[in-house]
Design a protein around this ligand. Structure first.
Ligand code: SF4
Length: 365
């Protein structure tokens, strides 16, 4: 999405000035505004958040403040869309910087997914038994696509339950946009990644597969990935174990299969946080996830040794676009009665996207 440059007075704000102005705008707005901060946001943003969480938790947190007419979502675009889908129309959702997208979500667009679906019908027949599952990290129109075709959304926490359910409804699953979460989930459920899965490359005819491969695969995995989590390697895990023989390795399931298999524990962002909270004093942890979260965990748990698996530091560059100056600009405009950067999902899209999200809640309850 396009974001116009900030007026110069915001672009040049010092961090102390931005802090003071954000706090003063928040005080003026009172309970009319709630600020949500994703775990991967920098500390300068997180300190202003009323709620912290992963994308799905934050969308639900927004519903806990029905009196707030504005939800300022410090995260990325698909998260603001999910909040708009799950909250009533009287609540508006604002993304402080419209250029904060998600490179993984952008790897599958509605035209590509519709074209994939048509190609699959060409091979498997129009009565094909394929259930589409989209990771919550996807655009609202993809959530609507699966909602309209008896599919569901999933999160990194409930992906195994959602996929198991899908395979009870149909013969195959089309999983997008993250191939790694899809593959890790399939392996967790006992499927063979070589014999029972194939990857759909949207830039190749039939996704780069033969008709036979598509017919025999249980999982058709979209060729998408998270640029942060794909960086982690088994070599990094070996180096961590060599340097710290007592280390426990904890990674996110958006990491490649071999990394998940070489780790000691894997799970969603919330799982990673709870695992560290419960960990014994004096324990050592190498974590494979976004650096702002790892650094915050290290700061909040000084009784444990916590470090990132990747010594080259790997922030989510799109999350990083929510700079305090953008938050300040957004809030001060609200105080002045101007709504900037509203994210609004069209009604028709919202209807089916909600079907897909509600199906997830029913299936994974
Ligand atoms: S960490 Fe990965 S999946 Fe999450 S917002 Fe950034 S690019 Fe997207």
């Amino acid at each position: 999405m396009f974001q116009a440059p900030l007026p110069p007075e915001y672009a040049d704000l010092s961090s102390e000035e931005a802090d003071a102005r954000i706090e003063s705008a928040r005080a003026a707005l009172g309970s009319r505004c709630v600020i949500l901060g994703h775990h991967y946001q920098r500390d300068e943003i997180i300190k202003h958040a009323d709620f912290r969480g992963d994308s799905y938790k934050l969308a639900k947190d927004a519903t806990k403040r029905p009196e707030a007419e504005t939800i300022v979502f410090c995260g990325v675009h698909f998260m603001a869309e999910s909040a708009d889908i799950l909250t009533p129309d009287r609540q508006r959702v604002i993304l402080p910087n419209l250029a904060a997208g998600c490179s993984m979500a952008d790897m599958a667009n509605i035209f590509q997914v519709k074209s994939c679906w048509r190609a699959l019908e060409g091979v498997l027949g129009t009565d094909m038994s394929v259930i589409p599952i989209t990771y919550i990290n996807s655009a609202a129109n993809l959530k609507a696509f699966v909602g309209e075709r008896n599919g569901s959304v999933c999160t990194s926490t409930n992906a195994p339950t959602a996929v198991k359910w899908a395979l009870e409804q149909g013969e195959k699953v089309l999983f997008f946009p993250d191939q790694h979460l899809g593959r890790n989930t399939g392996v967790k459920l006992g499927f063979d990644p070589d014999a029972e899965m194939c990857v759909w490359d949207p830039f190749k005819p039939l996704g780069g597969n033969t008709p036979e491969k598509l017919r025999e695969s249980k999982f058709i995995l979209w060729k998408g990935h998270c640029s942060v989590h794909q960086r982690f390697t088994v070599e990094q895990i070996a180096a961590a174990r060599f340097a710290h023989p007592d280390v426990s390795v904890l990674v996110h399931p958006e990491c490649p299969l071999e990394v998940v298999q070489a780790s000691d524990f894997n799970g969603s962002t919330e799982y990673i946080i709870h695992t560290i909270e419960k960990a014994a004093t004096g324990s050592t942890w190498a974590i494979g996830t976004e650096i702002n979260l790892v650094n915050r965990l290290a700061k909040e748990h000084p009784d444990k040794t916590i470090f990132c698996l990747d010594s080259q530091i790997c922030p989510c560059s799109t999350m990083y676009r929510i700079h305090p100056s953008f938050l300040c600009w957004t809030l001060e405009n609200l105080v002045a009665g101007n709504v900037v950067n509203e994210v609004r999902v069209p009604e028709a899209t919202k209807m089916y996207a909600l079907v897909a999200l509600q199906r997830m809640l029913t299936v994974c309850a």
